[in-house]
Design a protein around this ligand. Structure first.
Ligand code: FAD
Length: 382
């Protein structure tokens, strides 16, 4: 730790955050509430739009929303009280009581964004470089700013991580997640009855599909207004990764192809596969989905989360497979723990060192857990 950081107080710290999605907003709100002086720079212009998905509303997310007086989590969450596995013909294979809480990415983002002041949330502001030694951040328009702390919450393809840890790369798993969201109004009564109040799975050979209800596009959780969210982990079944991840314009993506941009043969083949191998209610659900999309499954692990005055937070530091249902929850707890470390330690250096140690350890364990869960569920390596 440099002498500067060891001697610098950890209160009323000036902070620049790169990235204004979940991690950036959790951090901005948490640090602002502790009296730090926070500014967020988000590269996108306007409001961020959901990639169209549900998230498990883990306790860390719900606690964040209620402890910061943002929203009563029950207003933006749906619940399941049973975890059910189906057989291939749609019968119930196993069922057990299990309480799960779900929400949607857009419902949480909207609440967080509204809770952070507009005058300190700058859109269309792309960070191009960070100097970790003195906290200088450079922007694409040539401007720069210097603050005592820089938090890079700039996601799985983090510019900051590339700069700080150029050797850290995503490792792709041998399967992908096909996903979709269907408005409840478009679903048949049979499908609604099958999934309502449940977290439902079908485990097939080297594949797993699951579904749960999430709030509607406007955040409403009332029956009739909700959406049914599904995630289908499937191997590439002989297809080239490049073919699956090339969109309708011929552009090849590394991480995902957005809703409405899957190439026709790719989408058609997956829809046919749904009819062939999924239980009828899941096949029906996939067939009703207007614009399915696909995401790569990958593991990403940074060697540490702080360098000098710069921190990597959320997906910028670690990406664990979605089986852990922990991406957004981890971003929330990274932020809460950063605030706690700054409150607990008298020096900025001491706070960052203790946060780094604890959160890097947590991130490593989560990535390992995600690999185990995924490889087991997709019967990989066996
Ligand atoms: C628009 C959007 C929609 C999403 N929808 C879903 C969903 O439906 N379901 C789901 O499970 N997960 C979704 N995610 C991912 C989810 O938010 C993350 O996996 C998790 O919450 C951790 O969040 P994060 O803030 O660390 O990373 P991310 O959510 O990936 O956010 C990173 C942010 O940094 C910004 N950024 C990147 N580079 C720069 C730069 N150089 N300068 C300034 N800003 C930069 C990005 O524009 C983005 O807003 C979405 C992410 C985004 C950005």
């Amino acid at each position: 730790m440099s002498q500067d950081l060891a001697n610098e107080p950890a209160d009323s710290v000036s902070v620049t955050i790169s990235g204004g999605s979940m991690g950036g907003l959790f951090t901005g709100i948490a640090l602002d509430s502790a009296g730090h002086d926070v500014t967020i720079a988000e590269q996108s212009t306007g409001t961020l739009r959901s990639r169209g998905g549900g998230i498990v509303a883990q306790q860390s997310i719900r606690q964040f929303l209620s402890r910061h007086d943002i929203v009563d989590p029950t207003n933006i969450t749906t619940r399941a009280s049973e975890r059910r596995f189906l057989t291939a013909n749609g019968d119930v294979r196993t069922s057990k009581a299990d309480s799960m809480v779900f929400t949607s990415w857009d419902a949480v983002y909207r609440q967080l964004r509204a809770a952070f002041p507009d005058d300190r949330y700058h859109t269309g502001r792309t960070v191009t470089g960070i100097r970790a030694t003195d906290g200088t951040v450079r922007f694409a328009d040539g401007e720069q700013t210097t603050t005592e702390l820089v938090v890079a919450a700039d996601g799985g393809q983090s510019t900051a991580r590339e700069q700080l840890f150029p050797d850290t790369e995503a490792t792709f798993a041998d399967y992908v997640a096909w996903r979709g969201v269907v408005p409840e109004a478009d679903l048949s009564d049979t499908v609604i009855d099958a999934f309502d109040g449940r977290f439902t799975f079908y485990q097939g050979e080297r594949m797993l599909i699951l579904a749960y209800f999430i709030p509607g596009g406007d955040g409403s959780t009332a029956p009739g207004d909700r959406r049914l969210n599904w995630v289908w982990y499937d191997t590439l079944s002989g297809r080239e990764r490049e073919t699956v991840f090339t969109d309708t314009t011929g552009t090849n993506h590394q991480f995902s192809v957005s809703p409405g941009q899957l190439q026709d043969p790719v989408e058609t083949r997956q829809r046919e596969r749904a009819t062939e191998i999924l239980p009828p209610v899941f096949a029906d659900l996939v067939a009703t989905t207007a614009t399915p999309f696909v995401q790569a499954i990958y593991d990403l692990q940074s060697p540490q989360m702080t360098v000098g005055r710069a921190c990597l937070l959320g997906d910028a530091a670690f990406v664990a497979r979605p089986h852990t249902a922990a991406g957004t929850a981890k971003a929330a707890s990274d932020a809460v723990e950063l605030k706690a470390a700054l409150g607990r330690h008298s020096s900025l250096g001491g706070a960052l060192a203790s946060w780094d140690e604890a959160r890097t350890d947590y991130g490593e364990r989560l990535v390992a857990q995600g690999k185990r869960m995924g490889d087991e569920r997709l019967s990989l390596g066996s």
